[in-house]
Ligand binder design. Structure first.
Ligand code: ADP
Ligand code: MG
Length: 447
């Protein structure tokens, strides 16, 4: 992993997709100013491929034009040698895939108003992108084309933001020979895309409908065992009753979601803001208040219920106190190289990624582990990444051990920053003993 790209210091790997990798990075300014950002760089294996570079740069360029509370803000586009990258705001929280996985793990469904807040937020962000115009006021015809759970982020502060405009295109950029190229994850395609026809912003509305369906029922809508069957399901666009799966869904809400999932784009909501308005109207009619605070509270609740780390073995109580301290110190040290099963950097706790690099607004009380982003190489039919290892290094390693960021294969041992188990007190005790012994010998000689 490089340690710097342009004016950014890389702190740790956050995620890796098929075409790019994401890092947590820090930019520095005058007077100790520091800002934590997410840096997305094109994978070195694609860095020579002009088509990929063009796709990548157009993602950054397009996303940088969008300025909306429900869209991740892109700061900067850069190049360092052969590396192309862009930076964006860091959203400290989870993507919707994680929330769905977590709900599945607990055999719970996500609460209705929580789901609707996410869906309405995503729709509002999309509407902003869809209605973009150029300098002369002509619509740009932006379509995200990859609305799916990993591309919707929910922060611990209760914000909902869309990210990954990698497949997004303005209609002006779509080549006429390639209008309906089937891109994106098959299970989140719109029927017209699955038929190879050209798509417009209503394909994104369909994808948000799939998302709403899956979050409300806890079941996948179109995903099948093979890509072929998935695409066939999307083409047919048969929507099973949601209320049969989850009787808590009011009929009125099911109607709204079904409208977004109409097979024919003409029968869908014609713009994402109408969809968002209907969802908010539904919440209002039911006196269900949803705010960023609601989302925050629900996420906090989820965080508290996350599995507790395995208890650590206690050191023996008896015996010589100095020997015990030394023994304890040795058991808390571990070489990174010894741990061949250790997960990649991206799955280390945020605190260890930040060791010695504490950003100004970093909240150490928030125990989000980056492994919870769950990102790995794609494998399943709808291009979903493989799940992460069951336990992160922070739970399997003895308490107090954290791997460092800038390990470059050197055989390094690194004590934890905050555990208070440094060698210093032991050395101080040993030094005192040695000094005492030295003084005694000196006195003997004087006599
Ligand atoms: N700005 C961000 N802040 C925090 N996490 C992010 C951010 N952007 C992306 N992620 C996480 O990284 C993952 C991959 O990012 P994404 O841009 O979607 O890459 P890819 O093009 O490989 O799908 C997302 O699913 C999300 O979990
Ligand atoms: Mg993505």
């Amino acid at each position: 992993m490089p340690t710097r790209l342009g004016r950014y210091t890389l702190l740790g790997k956050l995620a890796q997709g098929g075409m790019a990798e994401l890092f947590l990075a820090k930019s520095e300014g005058i007077e100790g100013f520091e800002k934590i950002v997410v840096l997305k760089r094109i994978l070195p294996s694609f860095a020579e491929d002009e088509e990929f570079i063009e796709l990548f740069v157009s993602e950054a360029r397009l996303a940088a034009q969008l300025d909306h509370a429900n869209i991740v803000h892109v700061h900067d586009i850069g190049r360092d040698g052969t590396d192309f990258f862009f930076t964006m705001e860091y959203l400290h929280g989870h993507d919707v895939r994680h929330l769905l996985n977590e709900a599945r793990r607990r055999e719970h469904r996500l609460p209705l108003k929580f789901v609707l807040a996410i869906v309405a937020g995503a729709a509002a962000g999309l509407h902003h992108a869809h209605k973009q115009v150029d300098f002369s006021g002509r619509p740009l015809g932006i379509v995200h084309r990859d609305i799916s759970p990993p591309n919707i982020l929910v922060s611990w502060n209760g914000e909902v933001k869309l990210t990954d405009f990698g497949l997004a295109k303005a209609s002006t950029q779509l080549e006429s020979t390639d209008p309906g190229v089937v891109k994106g994850k098959f299970a989140y395609l719109a029927p017209e895309a699955a038929h190879g026809e050209s798509v417009d912003h209503r394909a994104d509305i369909f994808a948000v409908g799939i998302l709403a369906y899956e979050m409300l029922t806890g079941q996948r809508l179109f995903l099948a065992d093979t890509d072929y069957d998935t695409v066939q399901n999307v083409r047919a666009a048969e929507i099973p009753s949601m209320r049969a799966v989850n009787p808590e869904i009011p009929a009125e809400l099911e109607e709204i979601i079904r409208c977004s999932l109409s097979r024919d784009a003409k029968d869908r909501y014609q713009n994402a803001s109408e969809f968002a308005d209907d969802l908010l109207g539904f919440l209002f009619s039911r006196k269900l208040k949803v705010s960023a605070r609601t989302l925050r509270t629900l996420l906090d609740d989820m965080r508290q219920k996350e599995p507790a780390p395995a208890p650590q073995p206690k050191p023996p109580e008896q015996g010589n106190v100095i020997l015990r301290l030394i023994e304890e110190e040795f058991t808390t040290f571990k070489s990174i190289d010894e741990d061949s099963d250790a997960p990649e950097l991206g799955s280390q706790p945020l605190d260890s990624l930040m060791a010695g690099n504490m950003p100004i607004n970093y909240d150490p009380a928030a125990p989000l582990a980056l492994d919870e982003f769950d990102v790995g190489p794609s494998s399943s039919p709808d291009n979903e990444p493989t799940p992460p290892p069951a336990a992160s290094s922070s739970t399997t390693a003895p308490e107090g051990i954290q791997a460092t960021l800038h390990s470059t294969g050197n055989h390094r041992v690194v004590p934890s920053g905050g555990g208070g188990r440094s060698m210093v007190p032991i050395l101080a005790v040993l030094l005192l003993i040695a000094a005492g012994a030295g003084a005694a010998v000196y006195m003997l000689f004087l006599k």
